[in-house]
Design a protein around this ligand. Structure first.
Ligand SMILES: [Zn+2]
Length: 223
């Protein structure tokens, strides 16, 4: 079992933030990440770019009220989005929100992303629905995202981007990568002319593989 403390969480937030910037999943101060530790949610401060964010730029807010409890900066404008995701599910301890270009292009198609590789089945664990654009930063947007996150590990938002959740930051981050990479594959496959998604039987078969059960447990920090 991974025993998390606040310093480890802040270190991970910094590290993953840099990876998000390096991979072009956001530009400038866009996007935000958070991780929950009991009643405190650590999240990126408002207006800070991932590539320059340091540990002190990740502040602690109260899980119930959104009030800043640790740090002296303003929380991300998507504060409510993060809190809403945690309120919907006890099993998630991290949220990653990015603006990945291929995911944004795909969201216009209005089609949920379905799995077509074993990694997608094992690591994303659900299809990824698309929701209509809602003005960002407010409670209405947070509720629209939370409604989907209740039953899915990610959601594509038209004209905006992507939100993924996980049992820890690494899992939420890998889900973001798998969705963005998966969407690149869909776009190129459709350009070439053929695209085949898994059947329900194939998905069940992968979910029952011992090796996938082991990998999933490992990623959630259960080993
Ligand atoms: Zn955003």
């Amino acid at each position: 079992m991974n025993l998390m403390d606040k310093n480890t969480i802040k270190k991970e937030l910094v590290e993953i933030g840099k990876k998000i910037a390096e991979r072009g999943l956001v530009v400038g101060p866009g996007g935000n990440t958070s991780a929950r530790l009991g009643e405190i949610v650590y999240m990126k401060a408002s207006g800070i770019s991932f590539e320059y964010a340091k540990e002190e730029d990740y502040i602690g807010v109260d899980f119930n009220t959104g009030e800043v409890k640790e740090g002296n900066k303003k929380p991300t404008s998507e504060l409510w989005l993060h809190l809403e995701c945690y309120k919907r599910r006890d099993d998630i301890l991290a949220v990653v929100h990015t603006h990945p270009p291929f995911s944004i292009a795909y969201a216009f198609q209005n089609e949920a992303l379905k799995p077509f590789t074993p990694d997608m089945v094992a690591l994303i664990g659900s299809e990824i629905p698309v929701i209509d654009y809602v003005v960002p930063g407010g409670k209405e947007f947070a509720l629209a995202v939370g409604e989907v996150i209740r039953d899915h590990n990610g959601v594509l938002i038209k004209n905006h981007g992507l939100v993924t959740v996980g049992a820890n930051l690494r899992e939420a981050y890998y889900r973001t990568l798998l969705i963005e990479d998966g969407i690149k594959t869909v776009i190129f496959a459709k350009l070439l002319g053929n695209m085949v998604f898994f059947t329900k039987e194939q998905i069940d078969e992968i979910n029952n593989l011992e090796v996938e059960k082991y990998r999933k447990k490992l990623l959630k920090g259960g080993i």
